[in-house]
Design a protein. Structure first.
Length: 272
């Protein structure tokens, strides 16, 4: 029996990378999973996004833990689509919702024309996710935990004067505002809201030719290195490192933790 047995978690961007790691960690601790992902390409994103096959792989891996999972393709920019996916998931998993991980995001850092897409996915998409999810959480009356996956770029001025990069930093900073508002407004229902701020994570969002090239350029301009200047001697974190932090935040071990910005960053922010 895991620490989350009997609970239901809603995770966006769950087809691969951090989203898959969150799903697997929470499932291994006993939670049933509602997983959504766009599973399609966005024109301004220069690297391949997740596919339906990726989402199918997440489903298989979660089921291998013994947990149940309801997965669907949904665009977080489409509030109605998120609402429908969540409703269908909760109906199949016992009409409860305890955990939300707003993870879906894009990082077209070198794309000059990506400002609006980044804001729409990384900021409006997070608002849609929390706004849709909080109502059934309140209705079901079990309290719960909401975690927004931001970035070190939501705490410091990491970026370059390019639309995709500025938009990424603006959206990730904006998520902190969303988190703090909901942390206050949902506290009366015993629903906790926090944000997690990773440094570079070894996922397809980072591990692709376009993003690697952008990171190398930023490092050269700042006289840093390709490790993005982490304090600890590590180039990139693993998705499981972030998933472990998310598990702590949603568990009873963090039952009085709300309204915090938690860096999981190998000391990146502290060096700034």
């Amino acid at each position: 029996m895991g620490g989350l047995t009997g609970k239901v978690a809603f995770i966006t961007g769950a087809a691969r990378g951090q989203g898959r790691a969150h799903a697997l960690k929470l499932a291994s601790e006993g939670a049933d999973i509602i997983a959504v992902d766009l599973c399609d390409q966005i024109d301004s994103v220069p690297y391949p996004l997740a596919t339906p096959d990726d989402l199918d792989a997440t489903v298989k891996l979660v089921e291998e833990t013994g947990a149940r999972i309801v997965a669907s393709q949904a665009d977080v920019r489409d509030r109605d689509a998120v609402k429908t996916a969540l409703r269908q998931g909760t109906e199949k998993l016992g009409n409860r919702l305890d955990i939300v991980v707003a993870n879906a995001g894009i990082a077209p850092m070198a794309a000059a024309d990506a400002w609006q897409d980044v804001i729409d996915v990384n900021l409006t998409g997070v608002y849609n996710t929390v706004d849709v999810a909080m109502k059934p959480m309140v209705k079901f009356g079990n309290g719960g935990s909401i975690v927004l996956i931001s970035s070190v770029a939501g705490l410091v001025g990491l970026g370059a004067p390019v639309g995709g990069s500025v938009g990424y930093a603006a959206a990730k900073h904006g998520m902190v505002g969303i988190m703090r508002v909901y942390a206050n407004s949902l506290a009366q229902y015993s629903i906790r809201v926090n944000s997690v701020h990773p440094a570079g994570v070894n996922t397809p969002m980072i591990d692709n030719d376009f993003t690697r090239s952008w990171l190398e350029g930023v490092a050269q301009e700042s006289q840093g290195g390709p490790d993005m200047g982490n304090a600890l001697p590590v180039q990139a974190l693993e998705p499981e490192d972030i998933a472990n932090a998310v598990f702590w935040l949603v568990s009873d071990a963090a039952r009085y933790v709300t309204g915090v910005t938690l860096p999981v960053d190998a000391g990146y922010v502290n060096k700034r």
